[in-house]
Design a protein around this ligand. Sequence first.
Ligand SMILES: Cc1cc2nc3c(=O)[nH]c(=O)nc-3n(C[C@H](O)[C@H](O)[C@H](O)COP(=O)(O)OP(=O)(O)OC[C@H]3O[C@@H](n4cnc5c(N)ncnc54)[C@H](O)[C@@H]3O)c2cc1C
Length: 480
Amino acid sequence: MQQKPGSKSGGLNRRQFVGGAVLASSATALSASSAVQAASAGAVECKVPGCDYDVVVIGGGFAGVTAARDAQKNGLKTLLVEARNRLGGRTFSADFEGSPIELGGTWIHNTQPFVWAEAQRYGIGVVETPGAVAEIMQAVMPDGTRTRLTPEQVIEAVMGWEAYCAEARDILPRPYDLLHNRDAALEAEKIRATDHLHGLGLTPLQVAFNEAMISVIVNNHAREMSYLEVMRFHLLGGGCFPTFMDSTTRFQVDGGTTRLLNSILQDGGPETRLATPVKSIHDLGEKVVVTTSRGEKITCGAVISTVPMNTINAIDFQPPLPQGVVEAGREGHPGQGIKLYMKVEGDLGNFVSFGAHLPLSYAMTYKQGADYTLVVGFSAGAEELDAYDEEAAQAALRQHIPEAKVLSLMHYDWVNDPYSRGTWATYRPGWVEKYYDQFQQGSGRIFFGSGDHGEGWRGTIDSAIGAGSIAARKASDMLS
Ligand SMILES: Cc1cc2nc3c(=O)[nH]c(=O)nc-3n(C[C@H](O)[C@H](O)[C@H](O)COP(=O)(O)OP(=O)(O)OC[C@H]3O[C@@H](n4cnc5c(N)ncnc54)[C@H](O)[C@@H]3O)c2cc1C
């Protein structure tokens, strides 16, 4: 997380961050300085003879917290083990000079069944992000020209998106069942998202708009995503552009993602250990031995791993992980971009601006203050934008808003964090055929429940909750 060193509000510099896991003083994420945090009040007896716990859940993001809640509520003595000194994983509610922000996962929607159900269950509402229903929509074309879109041009851009996704319902008739139309889906997933831009007769505005949107969805350059993945997002978001946009950038959890995470955790009450990286997970047949980096050995009847795809190879699994999981982890999912908050002087209005191949491919109003605007922007990666450099960020924003004067910055470096090594997960072209069948495969007493491999809204809070709860059900079935 970074506010430019030397800015009035201070913050962590790059060196401080890269050293390891970060707990910023401004963060409102769940944290504890002690290694053991007993969230549990319930005295549940361990059912597996000779073990410390029935279930050990590795990773305290939304997947792990949900899995631990469900396992504990199923009457299993459950331990949640988290490497960082806070829970939340790739969600992180924080404060940016008096404004609540989310450094990681942010937007939820009623098109997302798992997360929406949890918010409803705990009586948590949503707040809106202004830029999702912007009054000003602007395009920056490859030659640098900026166009404030007329209503007709907005329709032109949106129609270009719809044309891009025209085959979606045929290829993915059931977006929660990726291979329902197997041959068509496998064909479409080999195609790079950028290759499908050509031959559709799109206008330059439509090409620029689609490419910028895809770059935001993949959080990288658009070429890193498959055509199938773009259609998956489109369909899950209701199969039309406005609901797709609402699904991905409109509603935030009232009180922050931490509030929702906390509600889930407290409901289950599993025992929780922070600052406890897991080094190895060995399935011995009659029990599993989890070894922490401090050398502590924890025995249990089942393990649920929710460790992110890009970091899973840091753990020694016995028996070894399926080869596809190892290889995908080595290649890494393409979520290698940046989400950057910028506090900007004055009122910029309620805007959204996009431009493929720019350091900031997308920027929008996050909050309109009395004398400032909070802008959130997305970049394809560190080679495009140094998010620690206030001048670079200002230059990048000025390609969208020439008069912008950036006062301060904040972001979190998920890509260099050893416990995430990336932002959100989408699949690269060719991955479904190569790896898909292996992604959710557990073996023996080890179950996988990461949101990076979830069905449906894979790569979101929704899929994390879904994958965590499915893994807990499988572990409970085995132990009961
Ligand atoms: C910048 C950004 C923006 C996003 N925007 C959105 C959005 O708007 N909407 C949305 O729905 N989603 C969004 N996402 C995606 C969403 O946040 C994630 O998909 C989701 O939070 C993943 O949850 P998870 O539990 O599967 O994984 P994680 O949250 O990554 O949790 C895994 C946990 O495992 C821990 N861990 C790793 N290694 C070990 C180890 N060896 N031992 C013990 N613990 C370990 C990690 O510390 C982590 O806490 C965004 C993500 C990012 C980064």
